[in-house]
Write a protein that binds this ligand. Structure first.
Ligand SMILES: [Zn+2]
Length: 252
């Protein structure tokens, strides 16, 4: 007796679905189902029906599904599909709040490793190299640029040195000028920045590391705080000129 082509009556379908409810499918069975279904394409009507039924699922079902898929590595193809489906979609404020609540206290899970940090840094550099400028200058950078131009000092703005983007590079005397915004670089005088000491120490350490890399590459680094530039650009430019002359005389 063949069942092909036969259709179940609506009552039978209901009965069958009731019998399936609460049934636990073994991993092997699940695997077999997956194997028979791979490569099959659902018709547009079926897909629509599936979509509707998914929408009607209670939240607990989604949570259970999350448990079964947790930690299962996704194939490249799967990842690409997800990213394509999500492209251009915006999350609602409620959803974002929900996500932020869900990830609170999970910091350790999201801490980046050194390799990932390095990867991210490299990708930023690549992006900057392939799409050079126009960079959005901060107001303090604009002030310094004008000051340098007024004195006829030649410079490169947003220049890449050893994979670091510096605010200004002056070839004469190999001077690097960094304009540190008081807020982002945790200026100890203005103290507008965060009170979180861990962040402050991290920012300070990073700035120090940067300076170290540039110095080792043979540059003189002149750093200015935002408030210094805002209050007196001319004296900042004086200091830059001083550094230019000094370094030029020592390197010659
Ligand atoms: Zn300041």
């Amino acid at each position: 007796m063949s069942f092909t082509g036969r259709k179940h009556s609506p009552e039978t379908i209901l009965r069958m679905s009731a019998a399936q409810k609460g049934r636990i499918i073994s991993p092997e069975h699940r695997d077999r189902i997956r194997k028979t279904l791979t490569g099959r394409k659902a018709s547009p009507e079926t897909r629509k029906r599936l979509r509707e039924s998914m929408r009607l699922r209670p939240h607990s079902v989604w949570e259970k599904m999350g448990d079964t898929t947790k930690g299962v590595p996704k194939s490249k193809d799967h990842k690409r599909k997800i990213s394509e489906a999500l492209r251009g979609k915006k999350k609602s404020i409620e959803h974002r709040k929900h996500m932020s609540e869900a990830t609170k206290g999970c910091a350790s899970r999201y801490t980046r490793t050194k390799e990932i940090n390095e990867k991210m840094r490299q990708s930023i550099i690549r992006r900057m190299q392939t799409h050079p400028g126009p960079f959005k200058d901060t107001s303090i950078e604009v002030a310094v640029r004008k000051g340098l131009e007024d004195r006829g000092i030649g410079f490169y703005q947003q220049h890449n040195i050893c994979g670091r983007m510096v605010d200004f590079m002056i070839p004469q005397g190999m001077v690097v000028v960094e304009c540190d915004g008081c807020y982002w670089h945790c200026c100890p005088i203005c103290r507008k920045h965060t009170k979180d000491e861990r962040i402050v120490s991290r920012v300070t350490r990073k700035d120090k590391e940067r300076t170290g890399v540039l110095v080792r590459a043979g540059y003189v680094v002149v750093r200015f705080w935002g408030h210094e530039i805002k209050s007196d650009v001319q004296s900042c430019i004086d200091k830059i000129e001083e550094a230019m002359v000094k370094n030029e005389s020592t390197t010659r």
